[in-house]
Each structure stands twice: as C-alpha cells, then as structure tokens.
Design a protein around this ligand. Structure first.
Ligand code: ADP
Ligand code: MG
Length: 705
C-alpha cells in the first residue's frame, strides 16, 4: 500500500482547483503515464518540466512595444467596445487601453462581458502582459496572459516558465494546474544520506520540485541545476534501489551448483558446421563459472544481431542438462519461439537432448502431454513464450532459465519463471541483442554480470546500406525485379504508421498488393494480426525459398533467421529509431551472398532523422550505433525510449546524469548491504522514495521476503 501521505500526489488531476473534465482530457493527453487507459495525476504534472522562460520584465511604454513580442505594460483603461451584432460570441470584445505614448486594443474572442468589466474597469490603471500583434494598423493584444491592478503587481510573475503544451491547452491554464499540484507536495523526511546531501548542497525534495517550476533564470533549466540534479538523483536512486532489491531476491537463495564433464556440450560442438568464435568461448567460460558456483547466476549475454547468442545459450543448457536439471528458453514472440525450436532441435540432436515447445497455441491433449512430460523430467529444453509463466507449468527440476528478451519481458515475469526453479534457484541467463550503452545497462539491469559477444562469426560480409527517397520507389522496385530474377530473397518492412497496429497492417497490405501485382505468388505477407499458424506458414515458405519477397510490419524485427535473404528494404525508414533499424538490417548479411539494405525515406527529412540514416550508412557496429542513438535522442525522445523498451526517466537524463547514476548505484548497494529489508526509520524513508517513483513492485518484493 502506498503511504497515505503520498495519496494527494497520486490523485487524479480532477481533484485540483480549476481542472474540469475538458482540462482533464487535455492533461491526460499531455502527461498521463503511457499505460493504456491511464489518467493524469498530480504527480504527472510535477514531472512535467518547463523547457523555457518568458521574461515579463516591464517595458516603459506602449510606443516601445515590439510586434510579435511579449510586453508587460502599465496602461489606463479607456473604453470598452463590446462585440457588435447579435452573434456576440463571434465578434470579439475589444478594450482600448492607453498610456502617454499610444494606445492598443485588448481583444477577447469569447469572454463574459461582466467579467471583463470587473477585470478592466474604465478609468482604472492596470498592468497587462501578453503578446503584441497588429491588425488593420492597430496594435493589439489578444487575450492578455495576465491582468493585474498596479498595487497587485507582485502577483504578476516577472519570469514565467514555459511548458510543452498540447493543442487547446494554454501555458497559463497548465501553470495553474501545476501550481495546484505543487500545493499537494507534502513535506517528506529526507532519504538522501546527510553527508552526501550536504556535499552537493541540494535543496529538499519539496523545495527542489517547487524550484523547477519557478525558475529564476536559464541556469535553473539546466540538467545540472541543483534542483534538477537532486530530483534526478532521487529518481535514479529509486531505480537503482529497486533493481538492487530484485537482484538481492534473485541471489538470496543459493544457486544450484551445475557442473558437468562437458560430454553433451562436446557432442553438440562436434556436430556444429562452424567453430565457436573466441567471444562465444569467453562467454561460455563466464557462464560455466557462474553455474558451477554455489550462488545463483544472474548474467546478461549481450551481443549484436547475428553474433551467435543462441548457440551459447544452447551450450549452457547442455551443461545444465548434463548436471541433471531441466532448462527453459523463453522467446518474446511465438514466431521466434518456433524458430528457436527448429534451430535448437537441429543442434541439440547430436546430444540427444529432448526439446519441446509450449506457447499459447498448444492446447488440450497436446498441452497436457507436454506438461506431463515436463513434470516427469522427460523434457530437457522447454522453449516457449510467456505461456511458460503459467501456474500449471511445473518442471521436475528447473536448473537454468534463458530469456531471449529484447526487453519485452518485465522484471515480474523474470521472477515468476525463476520461482519455478524448485527449492534452490534456477540460474538465469538473459540475452539481449540491443547493444545497450554502458550508461543504460545500469538503469535497466542494475548490477547484472555481463558477457559481451563483441565479435561476429567469421565470413559475415558487410551490408551495403543506402538511403533513397520514396520518390525513387520505381527504381527500387526495378532493382528488386533484377535481384529476384537472380534468386535473391528480400525483406520489405513497412512502416510503423501509428500507435495502432491495425494501421500498420493496412500499410503493409497495400504494399503487398502492389508488389503482388508485379511479382505474383512469390510475394508473401506477414504481420501481427495473422494467426500464429498463418504466420508460421508464411515464414516457412520464405525460409524454404518458395517466397522471394516477404512484406511485413516490424514483426520480423527480432531473431528471424533466413540466411539466404540478402536484401532488406525499410519503407519510411525515417520513422524508425536507430536501434530498430539496426535490428532490421541485422536480418541480412548472414549468408554467402552480398547483402544490401535500402532505407526508403520520405522527404523532407528532419535533422535527427537525417543523422540517423547517416549513422546507419556509416557503421554496422551495434555499440557505436547505440551510443549514437543515445546522443541523438538526447536522453529524452520518448519514441526511441519506448521502442527500445529501456526505462524512461522523467527527470533524469542520460548521459548528463551519469555521475549521479553511479552514485545512486553505490548508495543502493551500500544501503541494502546494511539494511537488506529496509527496516527502521531509514528504511521507511527509502520505501517512501520507491513509492514516489512508482517502484511499488520492489517494495512488494521486499514484503514477500
Ligand atoms: P543472435 O541470436 O545473436 O542474433 P544467432 O544465434 O541467431 O545470433 O546466430 C546467427 C547465425 O549465425 C545462426 O545461423 C548461427 O547458426 C550462426 N552462428 C552462430 N555462431 C557461429 C559461429 N561461431 N560461426 C559461424 N556461424 C555461427
Ligand atoms: Mg537470436
């Protein structure tokens, strides 16, 4: 349960003064958490930070007001000119104001005349602030941002923060809502270590959040400002603490000690059509050491697309099986699970490993018999999707869990599968193809041990990458025709059009119909809305060479392996993030043929999109691409973050706050080693922090013990 003192912060924005259903809708759009159906809460407003300032310093006179600029002026109200005609609502209400140097009109399009008469009585002097425009040779100020009596000048902000907005929501309205949210900020006990806080000279949490919304100068907007730094640290500390708690849970139970003579592994390696790379061998040595040790393995196997992670996983599983246990291999999608089944079965045959598949699609008798075999210990490797998490899935003795994750599994799921390891904990190997920069590794995996496959299997040819505007589509299709004639196989990826998968599918279908008109039955289509069976059938035809062109949405993004495919065409490449483009390109360049990747883009290209395409053309090194990605995103672009599945911070920015991240990691580690269950007052404060940054899962875990 969230502590009651935080309740006002997590209440709907509707509870704030001045926020009715209409404003609520706009705020939902602007700041609500990204989960489906989530509504904006006070705290979401607090995390919505200004991006600039307006200076409302007064200018001396109307004659000095600049067109198009903001002006704050002291004026006399000369005359009210109500909008003429019956349709009063249509004609603006004008108020003439003046000073000794000139006059200007305040213009209100929809306002209550009585309200305006009270606000700006004729003959009175008022301070007004707003943007100066011209109409018919007249100076105007449409809808002043502020109007104040001269003796109330103090209520008019001299410097005003400017926020990112959404259509229909004004900065002033948003500010009012944020002010309301700020009033909900309780005084909280300090969770940052006193010495560290003093050294940094940071304000308290409440002061920091208030300061961020009341900047006094440009320096206050920088990531390095004390207020921003403090809150970034808070957020990173919550992140690191949560990860450390999870890690502590996973490590707590002694791991199995899985060692083997290597008989099974040798059998598999002997039958492989290739030799392991040095990087693969190194990773296996590290994995073996972890598995043989008494404490549980928690290792991340990080390797670019095509670096050969699957074989490494299989050989690790062989050891676990030889040591007398079972293994589970989880893929992010059903398509991939099936593909892994085919690959792993082939390789595992040499060692007589018994491999089975369990996804949402195995039902009834088939499913029962798999479950029975699993319980009896007659299955060595169970491959599956999240269906493996279900309660009914019980192993006789689960020794090793491999998760091929692409960030698609949450921490919860990882934990759930781990719990299936009976008695002692199963070893855990997480594989990721996203070359996560070191900076971000820490934020998504905490202190996990890492093995890197930083070397590609020999014989990989570079993929020739070009960027071509969509106007030249005909040329590209001509090239496709020539390539198909020579027996090439081609992926044609259609863009991520919108949030809605249906729209993506429509775009892919359209392209499919066009290509089919030209290339006939050798074109296939695969997308997320197909049933699993249909998807498999299309993929199988592509893999067998029966299809030359495979049109798809991004469902092929991960893992799919068709070595003969040598051309990757990505339509509307400008809409994809770097990580995704890199993943997609990794699908080709696996076989003997020269491979190419064509990035079809729509003009005109934005600055960032252009740079992304340039990065793609200039390098194939996933780690370089990842660093560039981080740089181009400036830590902030939500799209990239969401697509890569990395945790999105609301206050912290990486790499700018890298040092704070490291400090937070050290602090989290130290704290938990001293106070593993966050007891006492100190513990209570840190729990508060976890709740504040919505790491409730970690607190629950702690309770569960
Ligand atoms: P990843 O999962 O890391 O993207 P895979 O494990 O799917 O990569 O491997 C890609 C391809 O490379 C597969 O066809 C695999 O059989 C092959 N492969 C793996 N290791 C080697 C190696 N050492 N030498 C040559 N080919 C390899
Ligand atoms: Mg793979």
């Amino acid at each position: 349960m969230r502590p009651p003192r935080l309740a006002p912060l997590f209440a709907s924005v509707r509870a704030l003064k001045g926020v009715g259903p209409r404003i609520e809708g706009l705020l939902d759009k602007l700041v609500a958490p990204r989960q489906q159906g989530a509504h904006a809460r006070a705290i979401d407003l607090l995390w919505h930070l200004p991006v600039g300032l307006v200076d409302r310093a007064r200018i001396p006179s109307i004659s000095q007001a600049q067109m198009g600029e903001l002006a704050t002026l002291e004026v006399r109200v000369a005359e009210h000119r109500p909008g003429g005609g019956r349709r009063g609502a249509r004609a603006p209400y004008r108020i003439l104001v003046e000073d000794d140097t000139g006059a200007l009109e305040l213009v209100y399009f929809k306002a209550d005349p009585n309200y305006l008469k009270r606000l700006l009585p004729v003959g009175e002097t008022r301070l007004i602030s707003g943007k100066i425009e011209a109409y018919d040779g007249w100076l105007q100020m449409p809808h002043p941002d502020h109007v104040a009596a001269v003796d109330k000048a103090g209520t008019l902000p001299l410097i005003e923060p400017v926020y990112p907005l959404t259509a229909g929501l004004s900065n002033t309205t948003l500010r009012k809502a944020i002010d309301g949210a700020l009033r909900q900020v309780p005084t909280l006990p300090e969770w940052i270590d006193a010495a560290y806080l003093a050294k940094q000279a940071w304000p308290s949490f409440a002061d920091a959040i208030k300061r961020l919304h009341a900047p006094e100068g440009d320096a206050d907007l920088l990531p390095s400002s004390p207020a921003r730094s403090r809150l970034a640290y808070d957020e990173l500390l919550a992140n690191q603490l949560a990860l450390a708690i999870i890690r502590q849970r996973l490590k707590k139970r002694a791991g199995k000690s899985l060692a083997a003579s290597g008989k099974l592994r040798r059998a598999i390696v002997g039958a492989l059509p290739f030799a392991l790379t040095a990087a693969q061998q190194r990773a296996l040595t590290e994995i073996d050491a972890d598995m043989a040790s008494g404490s549980r393995m928690l290792r991340l196997l990080q390797g670019d697309v095509g670096s050969g992670k699957t074989v490494v996983a299989l050989l690790a599983m062989a050891t676990a099986v030889e040591a007398g246990t079972q293994t589970a291999f989880m893929a992010p999608t059903e398509l991939l699970a099936r593909q892994h089944l085919a690959t792993l079965r082939g390789f595992a045959e040499a060692a007589n490993l018994r491999v089975a598949l369990l996804t949402g699609r195995e039902r009834g008798k088939e499913r029962d018999s798999i479950l029975d075999a699993l319980k009896a210990g007659d299955i060595d490797i169970l491959i599956g999707t999240h269906a493996l998490f279900q309660e009914t899935v019980a192993f006789r003795d689960l020794g090793l869990v491999v998760i091929d994750e692409q960030h698609r599994f949450g921490v919860h799921q990882r934990l759930a599968l781990q719990k299936k390891g009976t008695g002692t904990g199963a070893e855990l190997l997480v594989m990721t193809a996203t070359p996560i920069p070191r900076t971000l590794l820490l934020t998504s995996y905490g202190d996990m041990d890492v093995s890197r496959l930083d070397e590609k299997p020999p014989g990989r040819k570079p993929v020739k990458t070009s960027a071509i505007p969509l106007e030249r589509l005909d040329e590209v299709i001509g090239g496709v025709a020539r390539a198909v004639e020579k027996g090439a196989q081609i992926y044609w990826v259609c863009p991520l059009v919108a949030e809605s998968e249906l729209l993506d599918v429509a775009a892919a279908e359209e392209r499919f119909i066009e290509l089919r008109a030209r290339f006939g039955d050798s074109v296939g289509l695969v997308h997320g809305k197909l049933t699993g069976k249909d998807k498999d059938a299309v993929m199988a035809r592509f893999a067998s060479g029966a299809l030359s062109i495979l049109v798809s949405t991004t469902v092929i993004e991960v893992g799919v392996d068709v070595p003969n495919a040598s051309i990757m065409i990505i339509e509307h490449a400008e809409r994809f993030g770097l990580a995704q483009l890199h993943q997609l390109r990794g699908r080709v360049g696996r076989g003997a043929a020269e491979s190419s990747c064509i990035l079809l883009y729509k003009q005109p290209l934005g600055e960032t999109a252009r740079e992304r395409l340039n990065v793609m053309r200039s390098t194939e090194d996933g780690f370089v691409i990842a660093e560039e990605d981080l740089r181009l995103r400036g830590g902030g672009e939500v799209l990239g973050t969401r697509q890569s599945g990395l945790p999105a911070f609301r206050i912290a920015i990486l790499p700018e706050h890298q040092e704070l991240l490291e400090a937070a990691r050290d602090s989290a580690r130290l704290t938990l080693s001293r106070n593993p269950t966050l007891e006492g007052e100190d513990g209570e404060r840190l729990r508060l922090l976890l709740y504040l940054f919505e790491r409730d899962d970690a607190v629950k875990l702690m309770r569960a013990g």
